[in-house]
Design a protein around this ligand. Structure first.
Ligand SMILES: Nc1ncnc2c1ncn2[C@@H]1O[C@H](COP(=O)(O)OP(=O)(O)OP(=O)(O)O)[C@@H](O)[C@H]1O
Ligand SMILES: [Mg+2]
Length: 243
C-alpha cells in the first residue's frame, strides 16, 4: 500500500536521508524509532510531499507520488498527522473534523464523522467545544480524526504520544490498532516511545543517521541487545499489551 524505495532527501545543502526502503502493506503497522535527529520526521515529510526527495520512489496504493505536492499525495490516499498536534483552536471540534473532509461528498461526511467518534468516543460530547480548550490527548485525537475524514488508505503519524499520559497513549494506540485491523489501513508510525510502539507494531524499523539500521518484528528486535539497551531500557516483554 505504501512503498518507499531508495529515498534520499534533505534540506538545502544538508543531506539527511541516504536511501530509505520501507514497505507498509494494507492492514499493517510499521513503527520507525531512532534517536533525535536520525531523520524520522524527514522520512514522513518526504513521503507526504512536504519536502521534495532528491531521488528514490514513493508509491501510494500503486500510484507513484514521488515529488508531488502534499495535496496531491493526500488525494492519492495518504493522510499525514504531523508532530505538532495543530488544531484550529477557535473552531469547534466538529468544524475541525469537517475541515479534514472538505474534498469528500457531503453524503459521506456524516458516516466518516460517525466512524471517527466511534474510534474516539471522548470527542462526541465535545463536538461544540473550541478545539483549543481540549486536553493534549484530545487534541491529538482531533488531529488524527481530521486526517481520517479524508478517507485515507495510508496513515502516517509523527510521535502522536509525545507529552501524553500513559492512559491517553494507550487509547490512541488502541485506535491505531483498530484502524489497521478493522479498516485495513497501512500505518507508518514514528515514535520516541519505543515501548508503546513495540506493543502495537507488526514490524519495527530502527533509524540511525539517515539510514535504516535494522528492521524486524518487535519480538526479534527486543532480542537484540543493542536495541534493548538503547530503546527499551531492558523493560520490554513480549507479553505486554496495549492497556
Ligand atoms: N527544516 C529543516 N531545515 C534544515 N535542517 C533540518 C530541518 N528539519 C530537520 N533538519 C535536520 O535534519 C536532521 C534530521 O531531522 P529530523 O527532524 O528528521 O529528525 P528526527 O529523527 O525526526 O528527530 P526527533 O526525534 O528529534 O524528532 C537533523 O539534523 C535536523 O537538524
Ligand atoms: Mg522528529
Amino acid at each position: 500500500m505504501l512503498h518507499v524505495e531508495s529515498l534520499h532527501a534533505g534540506y538545502d545543502n544538508l543531506r539527511v536521508l541516504h536511501g530509505i526502503d520501507l514497505d507498509v502493506p494494507a492492514g499493517d503497522l510499521l513503527a520507525v524509532i531512532g534517536a533525535n535527529g536520525a531523520g524520522k520526521t524527514t522520512v514522513l515529510r518526504a513521503v507526504s510531499g512536504l519536502i521534495r526527495p532528491s531521488s528514490g520512489r514513493v508509491t501510494v496504493d500503486g500510484r507513484a507520488v514521488t515529488g508531488l505536492r502534499a495535496e496531491k499525495v493526500a488525494a492519492a490516499g495518504l493522510a499525514h498527522v504531523p508532530e505538532n498536534r495543530l488544531v484550529f483552536p477557535s473552531l469547534t471540534v466538529a468544524d475541525n473534523l469537517a475541515l479534514g473532509g472538505w474534498t469528500r461528498r457531503s453524503s459521506r461526511l456524516t458516516d466518516d464523522r460517525d466512524r471517527v467518534l466511534d474510534l474516539f468516543p471522548r470527542l462526541r460530547s465535545r463536538l461544540a467545544q473550541p478545539a483549543g480548550t481540549l486536553s493534549g490527548g484530545e487534541q491529538q485525537m482531533v488531529v488524527i480524526g481530521r486526517g481520517l475524514m479524508a478517507g485515507p488508505k495510508v496513515l502516517v503519524l509523527d510521535e502522536p504520544s509525545v507529552g501524553l499520559a500513559p492512559r491517553l497513549v494507550a487509547e490512541i494506540f488502541a485506535a491505531l490498532a483498530r484502524l489497521r485491523d478493522e479498516a485495513g489501513l497501512a500505518i507508518l508510525l514514528v515514535e520516541q516511545n519505543a515501548r508503546a510502539a513495540f506493543r502495537v507494531a507488526d514490524r519495527v524499523a530502527v533509524m540511525d543517521r539517515g539510514r535504516i539500521a535494522t528492521k524486524g518484528t518487535p519480538a526479534e528486535l527486543a532480542g537484540d541487545d543493542r536495541v534493548q539497551r538503547a530503546y527499551l531500557g531492558g523493560g520490554y516483554s513480549e507479553s505486554s499489551t496495549v492497556d
